[in-house]
Design a protein around this ligand. Structure first.
Ligand SMILES: [Zn+2]
Length: 285
C-alpha cells in the first residue's frame, strides 16, 4: 500500500433523521417532526458498531433536535471515542435566516451538546452546506460562539448548494476560524464532488475508490467523507408526494450502503476532524 493511502482521513456523519433532509422540506415541516417515528437512534448505534469493527473514528455533527430527543446517543458517541460536533438545532439553511436567528440556532445546539458531553464543541457544519456569499457573516458568529472550525462549504456547482470559486483546501478564515471544505476532484476542468452522500450510493464502489485514491495521490489535504445514518436504512418509511429527483437522490441504493461503507472503512484509515486537523486547530487559537 502506498504512503498516501495510509494517511488518516476524516470520517464525518451528519446525525439527522430521514424526515429532516432538505429534499423533503416541502412535504414535511418542522412542526411534523414530533409526530414521526424516529429511526436515527438505532441507525446511529449500528454505525457505531460498524466503526468499532474497523477501528475507525469519526466526527458526528449532531442536529440539536436529535440531541434533545436522544441525549444518551450523544453520550454513547462520546463514550466510544468519537468527536461530538454541531449541525445546528433545526436544520434551517443559513442563508434563510437572519444573523440573529442563526446565532440563536447555532448557540442552542452548541450549549445542548456541551451540557451532555461536558466538553467544548469545536466543530460546526451548516445544514446543506448553506454558508455562501450571501451568508458569509455566519463565520463571524461561529467564531464568537467559540467554534474552532467549520466544515460548511462545498466548492462545486450544484443545484442545491455550493460556491464553486471558494477555496478547495482547508484555510484559516479572516474571522479566525478554520474552514474545512468538502473535497473535490478537478477532472477535465470540472470540480467534481467526491465527499460521499448520494454520489457514493449512486456510483459503484470501485469508481468511488478510484476517485478517492486519485485525490489522495494529489496529496493536497486529507480526504473527508460524509453521510447520514438514514443512508444505511432501506426500511425507512417512504415520504409521499416528493418529486422524482428528490426521491431518486434519497432512496437510490440504500440497501447497498452498509456493505460499501464496510469496504471504505477497510480500504482507508479514518479519524475525526479534530484528530486529522489537530495541529491546524492549535495554531488557529
Ligand atoms: Zn443535514
Amino acid at each position: 500500500m502506498s504512503v498516501a493511502l495510509q494517511k488518516l482521513n476524516a470520517m464525518t456523519v451528519d446525525v439527522e433523521d430521514y424526515f429532516h433532509v432538505a429534499a423533503f422540506e416541502k412535504q414535511i415541516q418542522p412542526g411534523d417532526w414530533d409526530s414521526l417515528i424516529p429511526r436515527v437512534d438505532l441507525n446511529t448505534r449500528r454505525l457505531l458498531d460498524l466503526f468499532d469493527q474497523h477501528q475507525a473514528k469519526s466526527t458526528f455533527f449532531f442536529l440539536g433536535w436529535v440531541a434533545e430527543k436522544f441525549p444518551d446517543l450523544v453520550k454513547e458517541v462520546q463514550r466510544r471515542g468519537h468527536e461530538v460536533a454541531s449541525h445546528g438545532y433545526a436544520h434551517t439553511k443559513v442563508h434563510q435566516q437572519t444573523p440573529a436567528e442563526f446565532r440563536a440556532d447555532a448557540s442552542k445546539a452548541k450549549d445542548m451538546l456541551e451540557q451532555l458531553t461536558g466538553q467544548p464543541v469545536v466543530g460546526y457544519r451548516a445544514p446543506s452546506f448553506s454558508i455562501n456569499k450571501q451568508s458569509e457573516w455566519a463565520f463571524e458568529i461561529l467564531k464568537e460562539l467559540g467554534h474552532g472550525y467549520s466544515s460548511s462549504t462545498y466548492p462545486v456547482k450544484h443545484d442545491l448548494y455550493g460556491v464553486p470559486d471558494w477555496p478547495q483546501q482547508p484555510y484559516l478564515r479572516p474571522e479566525g476560524l478554520l474552514e474545512i471544505p468538502m473535497p473535490t476532484l478537478v477532472m477535465h476542468g470540472k470540480q467534481l464532488p467526491i465527499a460521499g452522500g448520494g454520489y457514493f450510493r449512486l456510483m459503484p464502489y470501485w469508481l468511488s475508490s478510484r476517485l478517492i485514491s486519485k485525490f489522495l495521490q494529489e496529496d493536497k489535504m486529507p480526504y473527508m467523507f460524509y453521510f447520514h445514518p438514514w443512508e444505511i436504512d432501506p426500511a425507512q418509511p417512504r415520504v409521499q408526494g416528493a418529486g422524482l429527483k428528490s426521491r431518486f437522490r434519497h432512496y437510490v441504493n440504500l440497501n447497498r450502503m452498509e456493505n460499501k461503507l464496510a469496504a471504505l472503512l477497510t480500504q482507508f484509515n479514518w479519524g475525526s476532524l479534530e484528530q486529522v486537523y489537530q495541529s491546524e486547530l492549535q495554531n488557529s487559537q
